[in-house]
Design a protein around this ligand. Structure first.
Ligand SMILES: C[S@@+](CC[C@H](N)C(=O)[O-])C[C@H]1O[C@@H](n2cnc3c(N)ncnc32)[C@H](O)[C@@H]1O
Length: 282
């Protein structure tokens, strides 16, 4: 397996560029925030039946390394991600942890993954960005051995995840040009519609599709909130090019909107997600 130079779409450019760099900069915070979701994915991988795992859109590799540690030295855990900076961080993480995980920079939609070579395909928030999701899940299905299990966590709708859009709603009067979120478009909420996800998996050749709502409590330190808001998401991306004066005004406007989520030293919210499960038919 070798790194690939994927076609430059908006999502590719975002993750290879500012979006990926922001995730690397906030890696520790994001690891902490989404640890409960990692646990849901990793604890479900059975060492009895699984030794080859593909982690799709693995980012900085937290879930890939966690699953490699769970399965032990004989396992082969592979993380695939389109973002060079995130894969560099993932390789560093695996080396520091002494984990036997390998990482590829590639577009999971098109990369020629070895056929029938994985016992399980997992993803935490890494499968909502494909231009052609059916092509992507068909590619992943081809890489899964007969009987392999698919298990991905994706976001439900923006309406069910108000924490995630608090910053852009509060900043809207100051930032009227922020791009609107469009349902079904590649992006954070692209898999919000359960019926659509079911159709995508069905058309991609996956069987026994089971999509269940999960509501996962997440927390971060209060003193990390401004860093989070000013670096991630549409507001964070906009602020990367803003001057100090506008940045200060946006922070002063946005921070009070998060008050309902602040509980003393912690910020808490519920991540409203789907646990998407399927099997590769035998
Ligand atoms: C929201 S981040 C999640 C990262 C990681 N799974 C985590 O939970 O920390 C989404 C990830 O999907 C990756 N990604 C987006 N489109 C991709 C594609 N077509 N192929 C592979 N990875 C992709 C991005 O580079 C990014 O690392």
């Amino acid at each position: 397996m070798h790194d690939q130079q994927p076609k430059l779409t908006d999502q590719t450019a975002l993750w290879k560029g500012s979006g990926g760099q922001a995730w690397v900069a906030l890696q520790e915070l994001i690891d902490q925030l989404f640890q409960p979701i990692e646990d849901l994915l990793v604890d479900a991988v059975s060492p009895e039946t699984t030794s080859r795992v593909l982690d799709v859109g693995c980012g900085t590799g937290s879930t890939t390394v966690a699953v490699a540690r769970r399965l032990g030295a004989g396992a082969r855990c592979t993380g695939v991600d389109i973002s060079d900076p995130m894969i560099a961080a993932a390789r560093g993480r695996a080396a520091r942890a002494g984990a036997s995980a390998v990482f590829i920079v590639a577009d999971a939609e098109t990369y020629p993954l070895e056929r029938a070579s994985f016992d399980a395909v997992i993803s935490r928030f890494g499968v909502m960005f494909f231009g052609d999701p059916v092509a992507a899940f068909t590619n992943l299905r081809g890489a899964a051995r007969a009987g392999a299990r698919l298990r991905c966590v994706v976001w439900r709708s923006a309406a069910e995840n108000p924490f995630m859009t608090t910053a852009e709603r509060a900043a809207a009067p100051l930032l009227p040009d922020l791009p609107a979120r469009r349902p079904d478009e590649p992006g954070q909420f692209a898999f919000a519609d359960r019926d659509r996800v079911r159709r995508i998996l069905d058309e991609s050749g996956w069987s026994e599709i089971d999509i269940q709502p999960i509501d996962v409590p997440c927390a971060m330190p209060e003193n990390a909130l401004v860093r989070y808001v000013t670096q991630l998401g549409p507001v964070g991306r906009f602020l990367q090019q803003a001057d100090d004066e506008l940045r200060a005004r946006v922070v002063a406007t946005v921070r009070p909107a998060f008050e309902p989520y602040v509980h003393g030293p912690e910020v808490r919210f519920t991540a409203a997600c789907w646990m998407v499960g399927a099997h590769a038919a035998t």
